[in-house]
Design a protein around this ligand. Structure first.
Ligand code: PMV
Length: 331
């Protein structure tokens, strides 16, 4: 049996603008998706999701499904890609389970994809690099989202804190975030990332002269946040997050509930608060000093379905457990 895991992500600044090649900063946080793979003798692949209670079985060229098996299509795609790279066939039962709430702006689909590519690489005994794992997960993300920037699969694979730019890849920020906590509050409103990205693109195409400078501003803002993080100046980071929220409202991805969450977080002592991810629902992220977290979390719990206080996950994709037929090695 093999168990692999990958963390959730939080976009600190730059979502949406990152789709048009502006930079963004993402953090990995300690909520994980896990993929469990059990080899089976027959060439048969069974994929199931614990969270969605669905299953898809591919055996002798026949496909049978249970529940809303469509959500498993990115995982099936990863199975095909890894099989193609390995150039051999293996039968397995693969189960995914996730602590990351789906459609909440925390990159649950990317984390599941990254954990799955990691686990299958181990099953086929092919030494997949982080870059290969991230690229495979990106292919799966393309099924779920319209034109993903690639930030989700990248941060979930590598962990830590990164500055990401579509055309250039990413750089790691070696910053000490131990004085602060990341608070996530879920609006409870589901939304599709693909639909939100399309909506923003439509607005940009309608008013290019108005929105182009705003995209440029968002890019400048991200660079300022990177500098502030490196200086350990979290007050500045918070102020810039608030400005970033204004830019996201301007491109039409906020709503009454998200505004409420952002303002409750700020009023109860957050250094800054904004939408995180695609918006239109999903979550907000607030940054706070460790001493202020309890008050902020309690205030948010009164208006949010789900509040998380999280630390940065330094490690990205990893093998949690591996037990071969007659030798056992755990990591
Ligand atoms: O809400 P999420 O976790 O799917 O994040 C989407 C982030 C966007 O910038 C809106 C899209 C992207 O592909 O980067």
């Amino acid at each position: 049996m093999i168990i692999a895991s990958a963390p959730a992500k939080v976009i600190l600044v730059g979502e949406h603008f990152v789709v048009e090649n502006e930079p963004a900063i993402a953090l990995a946080v300690e909520l994980r998706a896990r993929t469990i793979v059990e080899p089976i003798q027959k060439y048969e692949r069974i994929y199931s999701s614990k969270n969605y209670g669905c299953c898809i079985k591919i055996s002798d060229g026949k496909v049978s499904t249970k529940g809303n098996a469509e959500v498993l299509s990115p995982i099936v795609k990863i199975g095909e890609i890894v099989e193609g790279i390995a150039g051999l066939r293996k039968g397995y039962k693969l189960t995914v389970e996730s602590e990351i709430p789906p459609a909440s702006g925390m990159g649950s689909s990317a984390a599941v994809a990254v954990a799955t590519a990691t686990a299958l690489g181990k099953l086929y005994e092919i030494p997949l690099t982080h870059e290969e794992i991230s690229n495979i997960a990106y292919e799966a993300e393309r099924i779920v989202h319209d034109t993903p920037s690639g930030i989700d699969n990248t941060i979930s694979t590598y962990g830590g804190v990164i500055v990401f730019r579509k055309s250039e890849g990413f750089i790691r920020l070696d910053v000490d975030l131990s004085p602060i906590r990341v608070i996530i509050a879920d609006s409870g409103l589901p939304r599709s990332t693909g639909a939100m990205v399309k909506k923003v693109r439509k607005l940009k195409n309608k008013y290019p002269k108005v929105l182009d400078p705003l995209y440029h501003t968002a890019g400048r803002l991200v660079i300022e946040v990177a500098k502030a993080l490196e200086d350990g100046d979290f007050k500045r980071v918070g102020e810039l997050m608030n400005i970033n929220h204004g830019l996201l409202s301007a491109v039409g991805v906020s709503n009454l509930k998200l505004e409420e969450l952002v303002h409750v977080a700020r009023r109860s002592g957050a250094l800054g608060a904004k939408i995180t991810g695609a918006g239109g629902g999903g979550s907000i992220v607030a940054l706070a000093y460790a001493d202020d977290v309890q008050k902020i979390a309690e205030s948010l719990q009164r208006v949010s379905e789900r509040v998380f206080v999280l630390e940065v996950a330094r490690e990205g994709a990893r093998i949690e457990y591996h037990c071969a037929a007659n030798n056992m090695d755990t990591f």
